[in-house]
Design a protein around this ligand. Sequence first.
Ligand SMILES: *Cc1c(COP(=O)(O)O)cnc(C)c1O
Length: 386
Amino acid sequence: MLVPFNRIELAGPELDYIREALGETVAGNGRFTQLCQQLLEQSYAGSRVLLTTSCTSALEMAGLLAGLGPGDEVIMPSFTFTSTANAVVLRGGVPVFVDIRPDTQNIDETRIEAAITPRTRAICVVHYAGVGCEMTAIGEIARRHGLTLIEDAAQAIGSTYRGRPLGTFGELSALSFHETKNVISGEGGALIINDPELMDRAEILWEKGTDRVRFRRGLVTKYTWVDVGSSFLPSDITAAFLYSQLQSMEAIIADRLGIWERYHAGLEPLEARGLITRPTVPDGCTTNGHIYYVLLDDANARDRWAAQLAEAGIDAFMHYVPLHSSPAGRRFGRTHGDLAVTDATAGRLLRLPVFPGMTAEQADLVIHAMHAIARGPSVRQLEGSR
Ligand SMILES: *Cc1c(COP(=O)(O)O)cnc(C)c1O
């Protein structure tokens, strides 16, 4: 591929930090874990941050901390990754899928209230492509109905909504450092705990249900089993890698945004001709450039554009199969209202390559290929002429 979809790049001293960690400790909650958590707590002022093995495990911790139990309902979008729903299903709860907005592909805040029942315990929003959901309206709904607000902020590190970082609106928020995300550690994540009442318990669940964190702070003389829990903390090798990435976070995001903005300007003429729709970043939101996507007319058109980009040596991919139409989603969840926008978006959306170290020339190759596809005959016509 001339332009792959994603590539990993070292931000700087990842390998030096791993070597340092090997001389100290490589189990969880070592020096680099502390350093990462401190850096993140500077970005999320007033919050407690715990590194986890993945965003998936951070969401599972959120499910435990929110006290979800059998039959409890959590309202969420269907246009998301399986982990958003699994965290609920693992507690015996029921994901209730509502439709998304056609501009941001985020949960449609006007659909939430009607989906609330006496069994509803929480709302879990997903900031698709690193662009914020309507957090003011959603926060008000959560407060009015006494629901826990959880943010699946897997894609949203560094993005803001009305001047505040995404990840600081819910009682609990989850970040991902999976290799496909902006800031990476292979597999990795973090739980942001914004509700002070949940902070002590979070540390216990994190350390296999023990008070080992308090022991390490010298607050108790021995540690013991005090609550449920699991091994949610990553190795310090992972944290050492992540620390280097977090130190370069601003540069990583600026790089991606440069590509995002180049696409956005370069593809404007195609939108003006009605051939594509570019992503929307609403007033009051900033994006971290995590994903650049376009919407085509329908699934046939999307597949044709993807195939023609592939012929030009460019990887471009669809995204989620909506959870409500997946086998597990049908078994464990239910929908509220029609999910017409979700179904349409799933068929129409095409993600273009964005990765660290991607050059302006590579972005221009993609833009030129898109313009050529807009001008030229379709793949089918090309195949017919061979
Ligand atoms: C990537 C992603 C996840 C899962 O993150 P992991 O760190 O791989 O567990 C969950 N939710 C969303 C919206 C994601 O994009």
